[in-house]
Design a protein around this ligand. Sequence first.
Ligand SMILES: Cc1cc2nc3c(=O)[nH]c(=O)nc-3n(C[C@H](O)[C@H](O)[C@H](O)COP(=O)(O)OP(=O)(O)OC[C@H]3O[C@@H](n4cnc5c(N)ncnc54)[C@H](O)[C@@H]3O)c2cc1C
Length: 398
Amino acid sequence: MKKTIAIVGAGPAALMLAAELDASRYEVSIYERNQALGRKFLVAGDGGFNLTHSEVLESFVDRYTPANFVESSLRVFDNRALVDWLGRIGISTFVGTSGRVFPVVPTKPIEVLNAILTLLDAKGVKIFKQHTWKGWQGNALVFAAQEQEVLVQADLTVFALGGGSWAVTGSQGEWLTYFEEKNITTKALIPSNCAYGLDWPERLIDAIEGQALKNITLACAGIQKKGEVVLTRFGLEGGALYALSPQIRSELEQYGKATLTLDLKTALSLGEIQQRLQKNRGGKSWGLHVEQQLNLGAVAMALLRTLLNKEEFTQPSLLAQKIKAFPLMVVRFAPLDEAISTVGGIALEEVDDHFELKKMPNHYCIGEMLDWDAPTGGYLLQACFSMGYGLAKHLNGI
Ligand SMILES: Cc1cc2nc3c(=O)[nH]c(=O)nc-3n(C[C@H](O)[C@H](O)[C@H](O)COP(=O)(O)OP(=O)(O)OC[C@H]3O[C@@H](n4cnc5c(N)ncnc54)[C@H](O)[C@@H]3O)c2cc1C
């Protein structure tokens, strides 16, 4: 007799799990609220589709918060294993200059998804679309399915419900309450890998909106990231900023604000900047002298002119210090729905090393619905795939 497994949700974590479960031992059914599977996976594909990152495993593992939460799954199924796995289902990849791993051009995201779904079809995985999980009735899972209620009894249940952003893709986070009713600790879903809001002075906005600050270093709570940010009416966005999400989030939660410091001229030391500023400026205005000596762009100059006081802007040593550590105050997260990912969900202490709920044996949670975090750039999808794969290997072995 095969055991039955109900997988709730059809994102990358769920699909990898279903693809790797031993079909001779398990009868696998996926229940998904949408008519289409993997909608967030396809949204991820709309931008740069970073399936994983090529970084070596030792530092790869450190990208996660808390560090090492998915380590055992990553050690079972790392970025190379994912690339090989994709290759076996006909999806070739390449490593971009950033180290991120993409499907080769012109592979479309839907082709990657369809390659996985073809595998599930061949394995006889049953798929129930338009089934929205609503909690439990006794031991049965309750689904709302086109105006009728469906009760499902399974030997094992795996939840892979995603986070709480981009609700249009099906990630709505309403399931937190169903777990709370079972006395399982959950944490509110909070945006990560998102834009952060600042209170720009109105007079600055026209000069900066939509402009990028390139080759800068951003720092928050002692952690530094190199890269670029785009300035918007709302505040800031961009990869270097997203990578500081854990630090910004922690400060916002603790103090209601987070201090970012920007090194606007990474190529020059503080001393070199001071020297250049102290050079004779001939008949030039101070602003033009600063701009030309340091080759600062218009956006950096607008920030310096508008946000520094007169003394800070005109005294070479003070200005040099501000250029190397320009303070900006983050005061709010982007709306949850606009974030690339969310943190919060099922508290990590509620699951064991194999993602099984300690208070509900035979029930597992994988993917973004657990309270971990990682920067975008392939780390999110890799973790979801690794958890799905790792759980399949575990279940195949018991
Ligand atoms: C704009 C954007 C770009 C991104 N780009 C990247 C990228 O380039 N690289 C990267 O690594 N990551 C990226 N991500 C993040 C990545 O897509 C997610 O981390 C990943 O999809 C999470 O996988 P998951 O399987 O945990 O959940 P999801 O993919 O969210 O899937 C969860 C599924 O569960 C279903 N579901 C939820 N509740 C219920 C319910 N009650 N009943 C039934 N079904 C339910 C949902 O409909 C959904 O299909 C991006 C995300 C966004 C929004």
